[in-house]
Design a protein around this ligand. Structure first.
Ligand SMILES: *[C@@H]1O[C@H](CO)[C@@H](O)[C@H](O)[C@H]1NC(C)=O
Length: 294
């Protein structure tokens, strides 16, 4: 082969390479644009309309008028030992019209706000978590439902102190989920778990880890962006209040309270980050959890 013809081949290859780069660039920019337009249109109008409904305005007004007293009543109930009385005094701080109970009947179900509004991120945007499910006990109806409800786009990270039975492991595998068997946070902290999988953004967090919540949760919501939390808190009223106050410190508001009839010392709370309220069409009411005295 002459020197000239090899130069010519190199030039042609280079041109093809440049052509290839510009075509792939074009398509990836187009995808980002499509993603941005499809996820932002329609929502803002809906939220404004929602806030202007007469019944919603009334709800907010009442909430503001009673909030101070609600906080005092709750604080007083937290000093006593009647759990049921405490749960009934927790007043919802955000209004979600589209609450859905997801998961097993009885123990294991959680109230989620408007799960359809879960934003499905294309893989190439990489900031890609989605559901963290802590405390499984071979009950993964919740995880499966969320997976289906999001068009099987949801990445799931699950953990439990015990290794799960084979059918549970198979089901997780099918959902492309990642499963950890470790005691959280003693053997494995949530941030360690997140680092292992390289995910940094959490749409839904389900946490039911038998008092592990008192040490495990705060580092997670401090360092990662979480939208909704479904938590079962265990213990006396004062323990419940302390946990709710810690979560509230990071901008989460309660939109559902559900007593666990099988466990008198346990209660399920559903909370939403203020920064996610518009996305899930939620109206903030008044803050009813007394602030933590630093
Ligand atoms: C809370 O308890 C204090 C002291 O026991 C009492 O003075 C106060 O009236 C109670 N507040 C409410 C709103 O019940």
């Amino acid at each position: 082969m002459t020197r000239d013809s090899s130069n010519c081949i190199l030039t042609i290859l280079l041109l093809f390479f440049l052509l290839f780069i510009s075509i792939t660039n074009y398509f990836s920019f187009r995808n980002i644009e499509l993603y941005l337009t499809s996820s932002t249109n329609s929502d803002p109008f809906d939220v404004v309309a929602l806030y202007q409904q007469e019944s919603i305005k009334q709800l907010r007004k009442n909430a503001l008028l009673t909030a101070e007293n609600d906080r005092k009543l709750l604080f007083n109930a937290s000093r006593l030992t009647n759990n049921q009385d405490f749960y009934r005094k927790v007043v919802e701080e955000a209004y979600c019209a589209q609450k859905e109970r997801i998961g097993e009947k009885g123990d294991g179900g959680k109230y989620v706000c408007n799960p359809k509004k879960f934003i499905i991120m294309p893989e190439f945007l990489t900031i890609n978590f989605r559901l963290i499910s802590l405390g499984l006990n071979n009950q993964i109806g919740f995880d499966k439902h969320i997976y289906e409800a999001t068009g099987r786009q949801c990445k799931i990270l699950g953990a439990d102190i015990y290794q799960q039975e084979q059918p549970t492991r198979d089901a997780y595998e099918k959902m492309n989920g990642e499963l950890f068997a470790a005691k959280i946070p003693n053997d494995l902290t949530i941030p360690q778990m997140m680092e292992k999988t390289g995910r940094i953004d959490v749409e839904f967090l389900k946490i039911d880890i038998e008092k592990g919540e008192f040490t495990a949760l705060e580092p997670l919501i401090k360092d990662y962006f979480v939208c909704q939390i479904f938590i079962e808190i265990h213990g006396l009223p004062s323990d419940h209040l302390r946990m709710l106050q810690i979560i509230a410190k990071y901008g989460f508001r309660i939109f559902n309270v559900d007593e666990n009839l099988l466990c008198p010392l346990c209660c399920e709370y559903s909370m939403i980050n203020e920064l996610c309220m518009a996305q899930f069409e939620v109206v903030p009411l008044a803050i009813t959890i007394p602030q933590l005295n630093s």
